[in-house]
Write a protein that binds this ligand. Sequence first.
Ligand SMILES: Nc1ncnc2c1ncn2[C@@H]1O[C@H](COP(=O)(O)OP(=O)(O)O)[C@@H](O)[C@H]1O
Ligand SMILES: [Mg+2]
Ligand SMILES: [Zn+2]
Length: 236
Amino acid sequence: MAHNCKKCEDSGFVLVEIDGVFYSKPCSCQETERATKLLETSNVPEKYRNKCVLSRFIVPEDNPSLKEAYEIAKKYSEDYPVFEESKPNGLLFMGPCGVGKTHLAVGILNEIFFKKKSPAKFVELNELYREIRSTYGNADTTEYDLLYPFAEAELLVIDEIGCLSSQWSQEILHYLISHRYNKNLPTILTTNYLDDAQNGEPSLTERIGTRTRSRLYEMCRTVHMYGDDFRKRRKP
Ligand SMILES: Nc1ncnc2c1ncn2[C@@H]1O[C@H](COP(=O)(O)OP(=O)(O)O)[C@@H](O)[C@H]1O
Ligand SMILES: [Mg+2]
Ligand SMILES: [Zn+2]
């Protein structure tokens, strides 16, 4: 049978000779395997895994906000896990649908898995709410069981905050955010809602509540992204 890795024939080790003596050392394929495992356990949906990488983010020359957002994402992943003291250790990507917020957030995670070999988690809020609802009436899994791994993750991406605005959904988000705030854990978030909402649109504060928004001001650098929906932009 063919081996996946020709160097170590899938043993995970290679022999190196130093002064006539052979030593075994971990093969380079193990590093990739480790990163792949980190990605697999991160809860990043399959559809984003290979697509949303920083190297595949097209930086439009005529859109400074996207250029800056890309630079911030790149620098964040390069500096991680070191943060400047007294500065927020998280990011909040804010902007309309399709500008690339999720792409950049997942892009950072991919860099951290493959370059830093460090764990992180991803959660899409709508999906989490759905899963939590499914635990009600189920004695084996509690809401807390579902939330805790995200609350405690070394680095967490929360995609689409504000997607629901009921008191129930605000409480769940508040639990996650305040837990991470108290432990100073880095968090990256995305939202379609703006602070200075116009045309009768609700603001982010209205969607997630004042307490959570004010925590996020301390936890995250806000990254504004403007522009057209990328899916439409590409069409001739
Ligand atoms: N600048 C970009 N370069 C390449 N692909 C992009 C870019 N911006 C968005 N996309 C792609 O367009 C789609 C929508 O982007 P996404 O990040 O999901 O938007 P948002 O989260 O802001 O709604 C995704 O498939 C994403 O990979
Ligand atoms: Mg998105
Ligand atoms: Zn190998």
